[in-house]
Design a protein around this ligand. Structure first.
Ligand code: UDP
Length: 324
């Protein structure tokens, strides 16, 4: 029997590339698609020699044509860090709207199941803590994060409409902060920012007083949750993330300890609409998928630090300051 075949959009990105690896390991044929605006072919170059892998350099906001059967579509194409979606706001809106419309249309033709990457950003600056899937969120549509948050919210609505109106099989994962190898050093996110600064011998730029919280999930745990959700029969959104919550100040202190840097945390202005707290309620994922994260922050950070430490120096010198 032929292998099952999965289309992964955003395949050259951080999460997309790890998903490609997982599906190849599970015996699937993988079709990767990416327009390489924020993705990087280096993340998937090890796959090009495999006959189970093929790659299309294509913008999914434009009509998608893939010959042959497709069993599953995972829509992971999107800029995903505040610095990226401030730089390319229109593409961010298009990939979450036109992009998912094209994926859903393709899925109907191919009779494929679609899983979309949604995000904890649909909860905005949350008034409910920890965040359950039933919470509708507190999003500023015209703030700096609006282009991403509303694109993801629209994407969920569109996906649900195809499910209810066309009977399409759909899955929605709400991804909380995730980290691991292949994050872009210059994407402005807190982990690559702090580790990059430590490696370059710069102070670590903590935004605000560092009392805001996040809950960081290691990438292999996230990929496992997504894999289980895809194969489940649950069409409503499911939070996947690690509920181990930490303040950004404490996180900075952990990175200082891990890297052994002599630098210190310095305070920079808190960006507008920066969520004050974030932590997933993962009761649904536990009950429906029998999933929970396994990798501790200490373990995950160690692996991630090794990855960044071994990057070529010119990569390391690429730096990004969010608001200057
Ligand atoms: N942050 C920080 N210093 C940085 C980059 C980010 O203190 O150099 C803070 C940021 O204000 C936010 C948290 O770290 O409160 C996580 O930021 P990130 O961009 O990684 O993700 P998100 O805000 O989307 O969760």
């Amino acid at each position: 029997m032929a292998n099952r075949r999965v289309l992964i959009t955003g395949a050259a990105g951080f999460l997309g590339s790890h998903l490609c690896d997982r599906f190849i390991a599970e015996g699937y044929d993988v079709v990767g698609m990416d327009n390489l605006i924020t993705g990087d072919l280096k993340n998937i170059e090890h796959l090009f020699k495999l006959k189970e892998f093929e790659f299309y350099n294509h913008d999914v906001s434009k009509f998608i044509h893939v010959p042959g059967k497709i069993d599953y579509i995972l829509h992971f194409a999107s800029p995903a860090s505040p610095i990226d979606y401030l730089k390319i706001p229109i593409q961010t809106l298009k990939v979450g709207s036109l992009g998912i419309h094209n994926c859903l249309g393709l899925a109907r033709v191919k009779n494929a199941r679609v899983l979309i990457a949604s995000t904890s950003e649909v909860y905005g600056d949350p008034m409910v803590h920890p965040q359950t899937e039933e919470y509708w969120g507190n999003v500023n549509p015209v703030g700096p994060r609006g282009v991403y948050d509303e694109a993801k919210r629209f994407q969920e609505a569109m996906t649900m409409a195809y499910h209810t109106f066309h009977g399409l099989e759909t899955r929605i994962v709400r991804i909380f902060n995730t980290y691991g190898p292949r994050m872009r050093l210059n994407d402005g996110r807190v982990l690559p920012a702090f580790i990059g600064q430590a490696l370059r011998g710069e102070d670590l730029t903590m935004f605000g007083d560092g009392s805001q919280t996040r809950s960081f999930c290691y990438v292999s745990d996230l990929v496992d949750g997504i894999y289980k959700l895809l194969l489940s029969d649950y069409a409503y959104p499911v939070n996947i993330g690690n509920p181990n919550e930490i303040t950004i100040r404490e996180f900075g202190e952990e990175i200082i300890k891990l890297t052994g840097t002599n630098q210190k945390l310095i305070s920079k202005p808190l960006p507008k609409d920066d969520p004050k707290q974030r932590k997933p309620d993962i009761t649904k994922a536990k009950e429906i998928l029998n999933w929970e994260p396994k990798v501790s922050r200490a373990e995950g950070l160690k692996i991630t630090y090794e990855y960044f430490k071994n990057l070529p120096t010119e990569e390391l010198m690429k730096t990004a300051h969010r608001f200057d």
